[in-house]
Design a binder for this molecule. Structure first.
Ligand code: ADP
Ligand code: MG
Length: 546
């Protein structure tokens, strides 16, 4: 765009309209954006945290206390802020719980870094210091704070599940839900080699509003959000032999519009007869395989349903693919793509397939499956918003319990772990020396954001709580369980209060908080291309209004 070779003429290497911010300004700007995200979720942390009501562009409402859900629903634009959202997502995938904690920690690390940058400490020194503090913190977690528990210790598992659900709007039914969570994870956990595995994706969550949270139940098998395809089909089949299909039982519609020239009425009849014969052949094939239950991912023609009903076969159509896969695993059936392939060998078994009425709807229960590791939880609750929040709480708790079963290590909650790490890292800092020492101290201080936010959200004098906590953590084994007592803002032994969390949650939260904080700190140049959508043609992307 610039042809001149004259001296002093700027050389443009970027497209017109590109916005660029360099140096400290860029860092401070990114820090501010990331902190804004952390501040947005901070008030939801802990059992006394508040909920957020999120309204999307379609007007749909979500009410939640779940960090990752809030951030996912918020329409975040700023690139650095988006990085914090990623932290929450990673935490959610890895641990299910601790999403708010991870984001609050990342925000706090950045806040403390800002002060260090102002003292002219280079960002690389800060990130190196954070890295050293992290290594020491993870070592302390493993060696001094984590407690090994037996994976078959139900009492501990229930405490972990209760703690995970403690901050959600399900507190009243927590004990009963914790029991369901632990039983469900127990069902699906298995020993492989000398390792205990618990893949919670095997637990199917289904929700129906109506009733109360207390009606939520654990079902030994798979529940489908579907009813039988025809009212004359049996409502219940015992000793079911189940066929699973992933293609439609319909007359194929051709891609090209085809025309049939019919010149006399007998041809119409012939045509219809042919179609009918096709449908009958489909039903014959199902019957020949010996199946008495047919579950299909796609549609089934009404005529086929009618004939299936006549044969006493229970058929269900339009079942989700993921459900079909769960059914395959649970019943031992093989999913077939066409009726031609279907044989007796492909059928799965269940003691009972039964349609039941739940609230105003009908659902199908497939129970007594040949694989005992298949369970579902049917979530109930007064409104859709309630069942959704129960689902989110259960997802957190299921993951938490499975990580305790898999790792066998827990640590105290209620800010105890964080304050203990802070106290110990402050003692460690001088051994690091140099300017990095300051970053280690900043790291220690950042950890205190967790008990701080817990106390603040509880409406207590958080300064007092923090001072008490610091004093209580003397470094000996007994003191490391002291955290915030959410009943009065004083300090208490979290182990005795049964507030425990998997070590994995803390480990991941610290690691990803440091990772993202370091990433944000290392950016000193933000080059943003002009937006292609929406902007006025030729106009600068809104950056010239001041
Ligand atoms: P996250 O998304 O990080 O899991 P939560 O809102 O679930 O955020 O809050 C988790 C924090 O609340 C943890 O630090 C946990 O130890 C603490 N917590 C949960 N239950 C209690 C309790 N009964 N007393 C004190 N702290 C609790
Ligand atoms: Mg939580």
């Amino acid at each position: 765009m610039v042809n001149s070779m004259m001296q002093g003429t700027p050389i443009f290497i970027l497209k017109e309209g590109t916005e660029r911010e360099r140096g400290k300004g860029a860092v401070y700007n990114n820090i501010a954006a990331a902190r804004a995200v952390a501040d947005a979720v901070r008030s939801t942390l802990g059992p006394r945290g508040m909920d957020k009501m999120l309204v999307d562009s379609m007007g749909d409402i979500t009410i939640t206390n779940d960090g990752v859900t809030i951030l996912k629903e918020m329409d975040i634009e700023h690139p650095a802020a988006k990085m914090l959202v990623e932290v929450a997502k990673t935490q959610d995938q890895q641990c299910g719980d601790g999403t708010t904690t991870a984001v609050v920690l990342a925000g706090e690390l950045l806040k403390r870094s800002e002060a260090l940058l102002e003292q002219n400490i280079h960002p690389t020194v800060v990130t190196r210091g954070f890295q050293r503090a992290l290594v020491e913190a993870l070592r302390l977690l493993e060696k001094e704070i984590g407690t090994t528990v037996k994976p078959d210790d139900d009492a501990i598992l229930i405490d972990c599940a209760r703690t995970a659900m403690g901050s959600k709007g399900v507190v009243g039914s927590r004990d009963m839900l914790a029991q369901i969570v632990v039983s469900a994870v127990r069902k699906i956990s298995e020993k492989r080699g000398d390792k205990q595995l618990a893949d919670v994706d095997q637990i199917k969550l289904e929700k129906r509003h109506g009733g109360t949270i207390g009606d939520t139940e654990l079902i030994d098998g798979i529940i489908l959000d579907k009813e039988r395809g025809h009212p004359r089909m049996p409502r219940e089949v015992r000793g079911a032999k189940i066929a699973l299909m992933n293609s439609a039982l319909e007359v194929k519609k051709t891609e090209i519009e085809s025309k049939i020239n019919i010149t006399n009425p007998t041809q119409i009849q012939g045509f219809l007869d042919e179609e009918d014969r096709n449908f009958r052949r489909m039903v014959e094939a199902v019957k020949a395989s010996g199946a008495d239950v047919l579950i299909c991912q796609k549609g089934i023609d009404d005529v086929v349903l009618h004939y299936l009903a006549k044969e006493g076969i229970l058929a269900i159509k339009q079942v989700k693919e993921s459900d079909l896969q769960k059914l395959a695993r649970a019943t031992g059936a093989k999913i077939v793509t066409g009726l031609k392939e279907l044989s007796a060998n492909d059928l799965g078994k269940a003691e009972r397939v039964e349609e039941k009425k739940v609230g105003d709807d009908h659902m199908t229960y497939v129970t007594g499956c040949s694989n005992p590791r298949s369970v579902s939880i049917l979530i109930r609750g007064g409104t859709e918003h309630v069942t959704q929040e129960v689902e989110r709480s259960l997802q957190d708790a299921l993951k938490v319990v499975s990580s305790v079963i898999e790792d066998g290590v827990v640590c105290p909650g209620g800010g105890a772990t964080e304050i203990d790490l802070a106290v110990k890292l402050r003692r460690y800092a001088p051994t690091v020396g140099g300017r990095e020492q300051l970053a280690v101290e900043a790291f220690a201080q950042s950890l205190e954001a967790v008990p701080w936010a817990l106390a603040e959200n509880g409406g207590f004098d958080f300064i007092n709580t923090l001072i008490e906590l610091r004093g209580a953590h003397t470094g000996d084994a007994a003191s490391r369980n002291i955290g915030v007592d959410m009943a009065n803002g004083k300090t208490a032994d979290m182990w005795k209060m049964k507030v425990v969390e998997p070590l994995r949650v803390k480990h991941q939260a610290l690691s990803s908080a440091v990772e993202v904080a370091s990433m944000v700190l290392r950016i000193d140049d933000v080059i943003a291309s002009k937006k292609t959508s929406g902007g006025a043609p030729g106009g600068p992307g809104g950056g010239h209004d001041h």
